[in-house]
Structures are given as structure tokens and as C-alpha cells.
Design a binder for this molecule. Structure first.
Ligand code: HEC
Length: 167
């Protein structure tokens, strides 16, 4: 390739990468993979119907539903609600699916219990915010900086809020 062609290609690549969120890597990719494989999850309150987001939601999309992987589901009661005062065990993954409209899954908001991960917060949670197509909206390396304050509010259970807002 000639020099000017290289420059052209480089500019094109950077233009495209600006218009899209970055693809996931590391712990983001691991969370995303488990979310899309969707193997052995249990829905909150045992139902996959879309819920209207609560008044307290920090997420702009109007509809949501939340599921727990096999490890996290060990902390649900017989009705699929989170037990009082639990601490989710290592390997727990909680996935909130966010929808712009009922036909279009837009993004996954995720909590992964991985205390030894470099991006875990003080409670051992790694925070994921990844679009349906894999684009990373907020990388785990931000350590939930835009999430934790709200999720620490009174009535949270190990940082989770479904029980409080969907009792
Ligand atoms: C202003 C408050 C607020 C902020 C900021 C916020 N959330 Fe939430 N989140 C909620 C509420 C309220 C719920 C309960 C469901 C709902 O109404 O959205 C929730 C639910 C969740 C759940 C389902 C598990 C549960 O029970 O809490 C996950 C996972 C989640 N949020 C991830 C995130 C991530 C990741 C971020 C940051 C990128 C974030 N949240 C920022 C308020 C917030």
C-alpha cells in the first residue's frame, strides 16, 4: 500500500470506531457471552414478561426484565424474589435486559460477583453495561462509578434493587 492509502484506511477505521461502542474484551466479553448464551437462568418472580421501569430506575429504556444465573438463583425464594439480607456467592450473574420497545432488546445491565477481578467493587461486584450487539456502553474497568451510588440506596440487598422496586 502507498502512504496515502494507509492514511486513508486509518482515517476510515477511526471514523467507524467512533460511531460504534467498542466490542467487549476481558471480563466484559465474559459477562456478555454468558448473558447471550442464556443457559440456566431464572427470571425474577419466575416470569419473563416485560416490566415498566420503576420510578427509581437509572436506566432510560422504558421496559426491563431481570434474570439470575444458576449460582445467583440460589439466593431467590420460591416466588423468584431475592431472599432478605443475602450476599450473592462468587460466580453469580444478574442480567437486566433493557428494551426501547417490546420488540427490541437494547442493552444488558449486569452484575457479576467476582471478588478477585481487578474491576470488582468493595462488595465483589463487577458492573457491566453492554449493548445487545456487544458494543460496550460502559466498560467494567469504570468499576460501576455511574451505578454504585444509586444501587447503594436504603433497601438494597447486596447492591440489588429489584425487590425494593418490584416488591
Ligand atoms: C438512579 C439509580 C440507578 C442507577 C444510576 C443505576 N441503576 Fe441499575 N437499577 C436501578 C433500579 C431502580 C433497578 C430496579 C429495576 C428498575 O426499575 O430499573 C435497577 C436494576 C439493575 C439491575 C438488576 C439487578 C437488581 O436487582 O438491581 C442491574 C444488573 C443493574 N441495575 C445494573 C446497573 C448498572 C450496570 C448501572 C450503571 C451503568 C446501573 N444499574 C445504574 C437503579 C439504578
Amino acid at each position: 500500500m502507498r502512504f496515502h492509502q494507509v492514511v486513508c484506511v486509518t482515517i476510515l477505521i477511526s471514523l467507524f470506531s467512533c460511531t460504534k461502542d467498542k466490542p467487549p474484551s476481558g471480563i466484559d466479553a465474559a459477562m456478555y457471552q454468558e448473558a447471550i448464551e442464556n443457559d440456566g437462568f431464572t427470571w425474577y418472580k419466575l416470569t419473563d414478561v416485560l416490566l415498566d421501569k420503576s420510578a427509581g430506575s437509572g436506566h432510560p429504556q422504558p421496559y426491563l426484565r431481570t434474570r439470575f444465573n444458576g449460582i445467583a438463583a440460589s439466593q431467590l425464594d420460591g416466588n423468584g424474589k431475592v431472599l432478605d439480607n443475602v450476599s450473592f456467592p462468587e460466580g453469580s450473574l444478574i442480567v437486566k435486559e433493557l428494551y426501547d420497545n417490546p420488540q427490541a432488546l437494547f442493552r444488558y445491565a449486569m452484575l457479576l460477583k467476582a471478588s478477585n477481578n481487578e474491576f470488582a467493587d468493595n462488595n465483589g461486584w463487577v458492573w457491566g453495561y453492554i449493548n445487545e450487539d456487544g458494543g460496550v456502553a460502559i466498560p467494567a474497568e469504570e468499576k460501576g462509578a455511574q451505578c454504585i451510588n444509586c444501587h447503594s440506596q436504603q433497601g438494597n440487598i447486596d447492591g440489588t434493587l429489584m425487590n425494593k422496586f418490584f416488591p
